[in-house]
Ligand binder design. Structure first.
Ligand code: NAP
Length: 282
């Protein structure tokens, strides 16, 4: 059988139609997002995944840090045909949180979704925790999301549009983690902040949810990943018997950012391979 040859014009038209259809079905087409701490790890994976689903994504990195990884994230997003302004901002400083939101609004022409991802840990037995380390963890992990969300909610109120806030919390919003008390306090506080704001911001049409990852392979866990003595007992505690990947968290963030999650607010989605509620008897 001889197949009819299609003209170049027809082929172009087909390709254009396919692109329009593809764009139509991308869940986040036209959405504008800010991801804090998006130069590496979970934040980078979320930024890339949201861009793959059609969003333009502002990439925040902390002031006074190497901007290389964040620039690389922007480059990868731009290759997908999406916009990715680079935003310098230290979430632990309330004035920076406001500037980050304002710069994202300016760079993207609006802001529909905020992902509070930036976070740090400091390991120390409770009796040895310094005032400085305590303050640093609370400032980044709890004050950061508080003031970024406040700036974001004010923006959505002013433009009279709904919005979505996604906080990257942790299983440690529930689960004790000795030697990481300030971290657990921050994530526990983030849980109550999320529940409170889900109610308080609902009249503005803003949903607020947390994602609680378990043990995910990222630079924050470098020490653990390189020490078999630490890794083995952890893996034995995870029913799915593997560490999580950043992409496991990013997929859930894409869902929460999409219209599929419009009726979800005030909740935490746990992404931990079963770690949090693991229990069995012999
Ligand atoms: P990560 O690889 O260390 O990445 C954290 C990112 O946050 C980095 O890009 C870092 O930038 C940025 N950051 C730190 N302080 C900041 C500040 N003051 N302002 C703006 N950005 C700042 O860690 P991750 O594992 O991807 O963690 C991301 C989030 O997931 C955190 O909230 C963490 O608590 C949470 N989480 C992680 C795990 C896990 O197992 N990995 C589990 C549960 C929850 P620099 O590197 O340039 O400082």
């Amino acid at each position: 059988m001889v197949l009819p040859r299609i003209s170049k014009t027809y082929a172009h038209a087909l390709r254009a139609a396919a692109f329009v259809l593809y764009a139509e079905f991308m869940r986040l087409s036209g959405k504008k997002v800010l991801v804090t701490g998006a130069g590496q790890g979970i934040g980078q994976a979320i930024a890339l995944r949201l861009a793959q689903e059609g969003a333009d994504v502002a990439i925040d990195y902390p002031r006074d840090q190497d901007r290389g990884p964040a620039e690389e994230t922007c480059g990868r997003i731009e290759k997908l045909g999406r916009r990715a302004p680079l935003i310098e901002g230290d979430v632990s400083k309330p004035a920076d949180a406001q500037r980050m939101v304002a710069a994202s609004v300016e760079g993207l022409g609006g802001l529909d979704i905020l992902v509070n991802n930036a976070g740090i840990e400091r390991r120390a037995p409770f009796l040895d925790v310094t005032e400085q380390d305590y303050a640093a963890v609370i400032a980044v992990d709890l004050n950061g999301p508080f003031f970024a969300t406040q700036a974001f909610a004010r923006h959505r109120r002013d433009v009279k549009q709904p919005g979505k806030v996604i906080n990257i919390s942790s299983v440690h919003e529930e689960l004790p983690f000795p030697n990481f008390t300030a971290y657990c306090m921050s994530k526990g506080g983030l849980k109550m902040m999320m529940r409170n704001l889900a109610i308080e911001l609902a009249p503005l049409g803003i949903t607020v949810n947390n994602i609680a990852p378990g043990a995910i392979e990222t630079p924050i866990n470098q020490k653990l990943l390189s020490d078999p003595k630490l890794l083995k007992p952890l893996l034995e505690n995870i029913p799915l018997a593997r560490l999580g990947k950043s992409s496991d968290v990013a997929g859930v963030a894409a869902f929460l950012a999409s219209a599929d999650a419009d009726y979800i607010t005030g909740t935490t989605i746990v992404v931990d391979g079963g770690l949090l509620w693991n229990y069995s008897e012999q």
